[in-house]
Structure formats: structure tokens, C-alpha cells
Design a protein around this ligand. Structure first.
Ligand code: HEM
Ligand SMILES: *[C@@H]1O[C@H](CO)[C@@H](O)[C@H](O)[C@H]1NC(C)=O
Ligand SMILES: *[C@@H]1O[C@H](CO)[C@@H](O)[C@H](O)[C@H]1NC(C)=O
Ligand SMILES: *[C@@H]1O[C@H](CO)[C@@H](O)[C@H](O)[C@H]1NC(C)=O
Ligand SMILES: CC(=O)N[C@H]1CO[C@H](CO)[C@@H](O)[C@@H]1O
Length: 312
């Protein structure tokens, strides 16, 4: 073996779980029950409301794509200074109370030890498993950010093209396949009708006419903004049926439907539609990578005591 290869091999032996600057089991001595506590609270919440999986997945994505996975999404606005939450794209993010509850218990067990950013990542994993998705190790050791401003939020919108969206993912170091994989998170959860109004109003022939009929009726309630399932087949199950649905013209968001139509992404979609096991494996890699985007580690940032406010 060449010396360099040997060195790399030795490094993997010494740091088998190192991922970037995070590592699996970061709290194993500082707060041994941390992951257990997160799991128990997520389980309790999921048993009351199965849509928690969707809430957490979306929160995780919105957190990581704005200033990195630093829990900046959790900060409440102050007078005259709006935080990320105030952005239109983020207004419908849910799950803040669940994070608060986990944090409260963790602060009792191990004060000022477990970051809000890690809580989001761990809770997301646990909720994915509960919905039938794959289990995976979450590298931890993230620190909480010190900045949260509404002007930082530049997320792709539901009408963004696949190539625009791909640019956004590439700017975070993600590939096309990882983008298609992560959008597979739309296998769970809801969208408000207001996000698909344009699509229903136009003669978008890419939508299954039966689905269109149902959605026009369901969404057409005056003065209301009802919810529709993003995955019209297995709406609460974390599986690959979302990809089959969009191949059948049953995507709800424009961006979801376009995944199946655009020549850039169609191939990956077809592959995942056929092979659910491959989707599960790729999802694990992609979501761990998402959780590594621009993280704060070491002495950077802080460990918030209350996830909604900076320590001071
Ligand atoms: C990058 C392009 C993406 C766009 C344009 C997009 C857009 C949207 C929109 C418009 C909604 C409906 C929100 C509402 O009406 O309340 C939604 C929901 C959701 N998104 Fe995305 N999304 C994207 C990527 C992702 C990614 C990467 C994930 C996770 C890894 C994700 C997870 C979810 C989940 C789980 C929901 C359901 C939320 C709930 O039920 O509360 N999305 N998305
Ligand atoms: C308020 O403004 C400063 C920038 O002057 C920023 O760092 C901070 O995160 C902002 N947000 C909140 C909610 O305080
Ligand atoms: C949609 O198509 C139908 C029939 O083809 C037509 O009557 C209607 O005017 C169209 N609506 C729009 C908004 O283009
Ligand atoms: C819906 O999901 C079920 C269960 O995974 C699957 O067997 C069925 O083929 C799916 N239906 C469609 C129309 O894709
Ligand atoms: C999809 C969406 O609603 N995007 C909005 C997110 O928030 C920013 C800042 O408020 C808006 O400029 C985007 O249009």
C-alpha cells in the first residue's frame, strides 16, 4: 500500500464516524441520554399527529438552506427586526412547539449542552423512521447561530424551474441526484391551496384531469386556504410512491410535477419510482449531507438555552 493510502486508511480507523466537523455520538459523554430524550418526545408527538414528520423535514431543509444548519429558523422576530420565520416561504413551517418541548427537557437533563440545531437534525431522523422511512446515524456537534434575518431567506419557490432549483442546490454543494432525492421528502405532508392556485387556474395539461377536478373543488372554498396532500397515494408514509405519483401526473406543486417532466431530472425520478430501496439508501446520504451544510462547530456560535432567542 502506498503511504498516502495507508494514512487515509488509518484516519478512517481512528475517526470512523467523522463527517465534516460533526461526529456521530457527539453527546455520548456530555449528555448520554440526549438522543433518547429527543426520540421519546418525537414519538409521543408523532402518536398524536402523524404529520409531524413532514413538519420536521421541512423545518430541517429551511434551516439548513439559510445560513447553514444553525437553528436560525427558530429565532422569533423582534420589534423592528424580523427573523427568518417571517419570510413568506417560511411562514407555514410547523413544529416549533415540539422543538421547544424537547429543548426544555434537555435543559433539565444537561443544561447548555445540546444545540437547537442538533435537536432539529435528530428529531427529523426520528420522525422519518416513525413514518416508515430509513433509520440512520446523525452526526452531531452543531452550534446555534447568532444571526437570523428575514432578508437572508432566498429559497426556491414552488414555481421555480428545475434548473433554477438545481442552481440553489449546487450553491450548497449538492448534486442533481441529491436534489431529486431530497425533494422526495414531499412523499409526506401538505401544501396550502394558495401555493397551487396558479396551476389550477391555468390549463396545465401535465396534471391528471381527475386530480385537477378534485383539487379545483377542494381548493375552491371561498375565503379559505385548505390543505392538500403532496403525495396523493401514501400521504403519511415515507416511501418512494411520490415518484410514481408524479410520473402519473399527480404532482401537486409545479416543481414536483416538473421533476418528472424536465429532461434534467426525469431519469433520476424514473429510477426512484422503480426502486424504493435505492431511494431509501440515497435519501440517507442526502439528508446527512443536508445536515452538514455550513454548520457551526467548536467555539463558533453558542448553545442556546431557549431555541427562540439568542442567549443575549
Ligand atoms: C427546493 C425546492 C422546494 C420547494 C420549492 C418546496 C416547496 C414547498 C411548498 C410550497 C410546500 C407547501 C408549504 C405549505 O403550503 O405550507 C412544501 C412543503 C413541504 N416541503 Fe418542500 N420544497 C422544496 C424542497 C424541499 C426539501 C428539500 C424538503 C426536505 C428535505 C422539503 C420538505 C417539505 C415537506 C415535508 C413539506 C410538507 C410540510 C408540511 O406538511 O407542513 N421540501 N414545500
Ligand atoms: C437583528 O439584526 C441583526 C443585524 O443588525 C442581526 O444580527 C440579528 O440576527 C437580527 N435578528 C433578530 C431577530 O434579532
Ligand atoms: C382551458 O381549456 C378549456 C377547454 O379546452 C377552455 O374552455 C378554457 O377556456 C381554458 N381555460 C384557460 C384558463 O385557459
Ligand atoms: C400506491 O401505493 C401502494 C402501496 O405502496 C402501491 O402498491 C400502489 O401501486 C400505488 N398506486 C399507484 C397508483 O401508484
Ligand atoms: C416561495 C416564497 O414564498 N418565497 C419568498 C420567501 O421569502 C422571501 C423574503 O420574504 C421572498 O422574497 C420570497 O418570495
Amino acid at each position: 500500500m502506498k503511504p498516502t493510502i495507508l494514512l487515509i486508511f488509518l484516519m478512517f480507523l481512528l475517526f470512523p464516524f467523522a463527517f465534516g466537523d460533526l461526529k456521530v455520538g457527539f453527546y455520548s459523554s456530555s449528555c448520554p441520554r440526549a438522543e433518547l430524550i429527543v426520540r421519546q418526545v418525537v414519538e409521543r408527538s408523532f402518536n398524536q399527529d402523524r404529520s409531524m414528520t413532514a413538519a420536521l423535514l421541512r423545518m430541517h431543509f429551511h434551516d439548513c438552506f439559510v445560513r447553514g444548519c444553525d437553528a436560525s429558523i427558530l429565532i422569533d422576530s423582534k420589534k423592528g427586526n424580523e427573523s427568518e420565520k417571517a419570510a413568506r416561504a417560511n411562514l407555514t413551517v410547523r413544529g416549533y412547539n415540539l422543538i421547544d418541548e424537547i429543548k426544555r427537557i434537555l435543559e433539565n437533563a444537561c443544561p447548555s449542552t445540546v444545540s437547537c440545531a442538533d435537536i432539529i437534525s435528530l428529531a427529523t431522523r426520528d420522525s422519518v423512521v416513525l413514518a416508515g422511512g430509513p433509520s440512520y446515524n446523525v452526526p452531531t456537534g452543531r452550534r446555534d447561530g447568532l444571526v437570523s434575518t428575514v432578508n437572508d431567506v432566498h429559497l426556491p419557490g414552488p414555481e421555480s424551474s428545475i434548473s433554477q432549483t438545481l442552481q440553489a442546490f449546487k450553491s450548497k454543494g449538492m448534486t442533481l441526484e441529491e436534489m431529486v432525492t431530497l425533494l422526495g421528502a414531499h412523499t409526506v405532508g401538505f401544501a396550502h391551496c394558495s401555493f397551487i392556485g396558479k396551476r389550477l387556474g391555468s390549463n396545465d395539461s401535465s396534471m391528471d384531469p381527475n386530480l385537477r377536478k378534485r383539487l379545483v373543488q377542494w381548493c375552491g372554498v371561498e375565503g379559505k386556504d385548505p390543505l392538500v396532500f403532496l403525495d396523493q397515494n401514501t400521504s403519511f408514509v415515507f416511501d418512494h410512491q411520490f415518484y410514481n405519483q408524479i410520473l402519473l401526473g399527480r404532482g401537486v406543486l409545479t416543481i414536483d410535477q416538473n421533476l418528472a417532466l424536465d429532461s434534467i431530472s426525469k431519469g433520476v425520478v424514473t429510477g426512484f419510482a422503480r426502486n424504493g430501496e435505492n431511494f431509501r439508501e440515497r435519501f440517507v446520504d442526502a439528508v446527512v449531507k443536508l445536515g452538514n451544510v455550513d454548520v457551526l462547530v467548536g467555539n463558533q456560535g453558542e448553545i442556546r438555552k431557549n431555541c427562540r432567542v439568542f442567549n443575549s
